[in-house]
Design a protein around this ligand. Structure first.
Ligand SMILES: Nc1ncnc2c1ncn2[C@@H]1O[C@H](COP(=O)(O)OP(=O)(O)OP(=O)(O)O)[C@@H](O)[C@H]1O
Length: 344
């Protein structure tokens, strides 16, 4: 797996026009327990054929970003600022009909529990055929042929077209969902904890297969997980998120070899590497903040072993600190030059 990923890490993610461009995104939830700005000024780009990872502990805002890109957010969530462009089109300005056409065709999403989203009373084949007949008005016979090809793509025998979801294993169901997401050849696939519900071996098989499909078909991926080891292994570039903000953005191998933000360091220490010798894991002390009342200054300062007085009062901006490497930490920003947005 390593060779495959190392090879293509070097030469992707550098296309001139980004597939996805998120700028200064702000998302607010109104709740009785307190209003929350769950995503607070987040900016990043994803290039053509690039796998971009978004990592961070539970509740930091990863799924909110994914749902904002899919335009799936509903009350009490509200996008209060920023822009989201997909292939140069402003997604936030699309009407219902344009949105319906954009989903699946331009951007598709695989959720954490997606394998349970299959319709239990329809065969897998009928569910895939439905996508082609509804979105492409394809005749049924041609749609069945395409459905068989798609299943083969994710290593499921076309015989399974006649199977109902309960007749497939969890891993097969998740692969079928991935096949459906790729049916209309979207330029961006969003995967939000796509394999969390599966055992570790199946998780790795599926992620490896997605990586191969991505290389073969050339789509971009926004890959969300709290598992930083898996992310480093699979993404070209990644962002680490804490309490609604990006704290570090870099090529994944740089993030692994030279993490600059103390939170990234802590996250790295909390997950076992997928390969190599066993290492002792260190947890991150305490819990992320209550987002209704985030700490002043750097939001990570109450948990940061390196915090100094200034961290309690000064909010560190995301600055470029090395080539294609941004961090939001006062301790590293002395060497920094201002960054327009996340590095590319
Ligand atoms: N329906 C809601 N109502 C109020 N607040 C919400 C709601 N959904 C999310 N939030 C707030 O938004 C923050 C970000 O949630 P989000 O689900 O995006 O985080 P996440 O990083 O994806 O977490 P997880 O890994 O657990 O899915 C949460 O901390 C919570 O405060």
């Amino acid at each position: 797996m390593e060779t495959l990923i190392e090879r293509d890490r070097e030469d992707t993610g550098r296309a001139a026009a980004p597939v996805l461009s998120v700028k200064d995104l702000r998302v607010h939830y109104t709740a009785e327990s307190g209003n929350v700005t769950a995503v607070d000024g987040v900016s990043f780009d994803i290039g053509a054929g690039e796998v971009f990872g978004l990592a961070g502990e539970s509740g930091c805002g990863k799924s909110t970003i994914a749902n904002a890109v899919m335009r799936l957010l509903q009350s009490p969530a509200e996008i209060t600022g920023g822009s989201i462009e997909l292939n140069g089109r402003n997604l936030l300005a699309l009407g219902d009909e344009e949105l319906r056409r954009t989903r699946w065709r331009d951007v598709a999403m695989v959720f954490q529990s997606a394998m349970n989203s299959l319709n239990p009373v329809m065969t897998i084949g009928d569910q895939i055929v439905d996508v082609f007949t509804t979105h492409e008005r394809m005749p049924k016979k041609a749609a069945r042929e395409r459905a068989a090809e798609l299943l083969k793509l994710v290593d499921i025998s076309p015989d399974r077209l006649k199977s109902y979801p309960h007749q497939l294993s969890g891993g097969m169901r998740q692969r079928a969902v991935i096949a459906i997401a790729l049916a209309l050849k979207p330029s961006l696939l969003i995967m939000d904890e796509p394999t969390t519900a599966l055992d570790v071996v199946v998780q790795q098989e599926i992620m490896h297969q997605i990586k191969e499909l991505q290389q073969e078909l050339g789509f971009s991926i926004l890959f969300i997980t709290h598992d930083i080891s898996l992310m480093v292994e699979l993404s070209h570039r990644m962002a680490v998120m804490y309490a609604g903000r990006l704290v570090e953005v870099a090529p994944s191998k740089d993030m692994l070899g030279n993490p600059l933000h103390p939170y990234t360091n802590a996250l790295m220490g909390a997950f076992p590497p997928l390969s190599g010798p066993r290492v002792e894991l260190t947890g991150i002390p305490d819990a992320p903040p209550n987002m209704a009342h985030p700490p002043t200054g750097c939001r990570f300062h109450p948990r940061c072993p390196l915090a100094v007085d200034a961290c309690r009062s000064t909010e560190p901006p995301l600055l470029q600190v090395a080539a294609r490497h941004d961090a939001a930490c006062l301790l590293v920003s002395e060497q920094a030059v201002p960054s327009e947005r996340s590095s590319r």
